[in-house]
Design a protein around this ligand. Structure first.
Ligand code: ZN
Length: 324
């Protein structure tokens, strides 16, 4: 590979607007397997925290991964900075969640794909497992929040191992083994969730959140899920009727509704006020991790940790006691 050419391209791309990325000649990248072996580690970029965590686990010693979106960042609205674009095209491999979760990154990812492997971890999920929203708020696309069903996230682990093995066949056995042991942890998480959610009285299994991120969680564990906004925070048209949600809370004596770390709180507070107008006091049951995870270095900064946090928070709030 011609390093000088690569450097020259990188410098010039810094001065171009993002849309000009496609104008960069596609001749340089695609490092060979030999070059990768010399480097030691693959340099990877992930979009969301969840995807970054997954690749950190499956890639382990052989992949240096960085997630573009930190705590509190909403992937539906995220736009790549010029530095992000430079980092993307300088990497060896890119992973994203997919199903249009990263709605504004489509063009950037498409252009990067001409030069380096770009993998949507959702590509591993069988199509008939995906939720097709009843309304057309997301333009006929499936619900992208599939990580909320751990049994579907395990397909993403397989997809990550497959993509890494393809670019770095020398360590394929390690990637597959890492995926297998992680999938065992996902089964444990699933069993934990089943046990915890079963503690909520059936009538109260209603989860009201700021946006429709929890459809897969609801389907897997038997909760009715109502999001004030649709499955993308970018669609204003998806804003549902605050009054009818308040009616539902009163009718089912639901004790708590939830905010999300990546969505402004005011959307859900309006529901609390509407319920109160009907004489039913509903608590804000806590802040759930939905599309973003917690701080790096904390339990909630990992997928397994954020899921347990959400499960415990939902269960404790809806039964009005402590999770066990
Ligand atoms: Zn979302």
């Amino acid at each position: 590979m011609n390093l000088e050419l690569a450097r020259g391209t990188r410098i010039s791309s810094r001065m171009r607007p993002i849309v000009a990325l496609g104008a960069i000649p596609a001749m340089m990248h695609w490092r060979t397997a030999a070059a990768l072996a010399q480097d030691g580690q693959l340099q990877g970029i992930a979009t969301t925290g969840q995807v970054g965590d997954l690749i950190r686990i499956i890639g382990a010693d052989y992949v240096d991964i960085r997630a573009l979106m930190g705590p509190g960042v909403d992937p539906h609205l995220f736009r790549a900075s010029e530095q992000d674009v430079i980092d993307l095209i300088d990497s060896d491999i890119i992973f994203y969640s997919g199903l249009f979760l990263e709605g504004n990154l489509g063009e950037v990812l498409e252009q990067a794909e001409n030069r380096i492997p770009v993998t949507a971890v959702s590509a591993g999920v069988p199509e008939d497992e995906l939720i097709q929203p009843e309304d057309d708020a997301f333009y006929g696309n499936p619900d992208p929040h599939f990580w909320f069903d751990p049994t579907l996230w395990s397909f993403a682990a397989d997809e990550a191992a497959r993509a890494l093995s393809e670019i770095d066949g020398d360590h394929a056995d390690a990637y597959v083994a890492n995926a297998e042991s992680y999938k065992a942890q996902l089964i444990e998480l699933d069993e934990y969730a089943v046990a915890q959610f079963s503690r909520i009285p059936e009538q109260s299994r209603v989860l009201v959140t700021a946006h429709d991120a929890f459809g897969y969680l609801g389907r897997r564990y038997g909760l009715d899920v109502v999001g004030l906004q649709g499955i993308s925070t970018a669609t204003e048209a998806g804003v549902r009727d605050v009054q009818s949600i308040a009616d539902l809370l009163v009718a089912n004596e639901v004790r708590a509704i939830f905010v999300e770390t990546s969505v402004p709180e005011r959307t859900i507070e309006s529901v609390q006020v509407a319920a109160s107008d009907r004489g039913w006091e509903v608590a804000i049951g806590g802040s759930l991790y939905s599309d973003a995870m917690g701080d790096e270095g904390t339990d909630e900064g990992t997928y397994l940790g954020m899921m347990r946090y959400d499960i415990d928070t939902i269960v404790a709030s809806l039964i009005g006691g402590e999770a066990e």
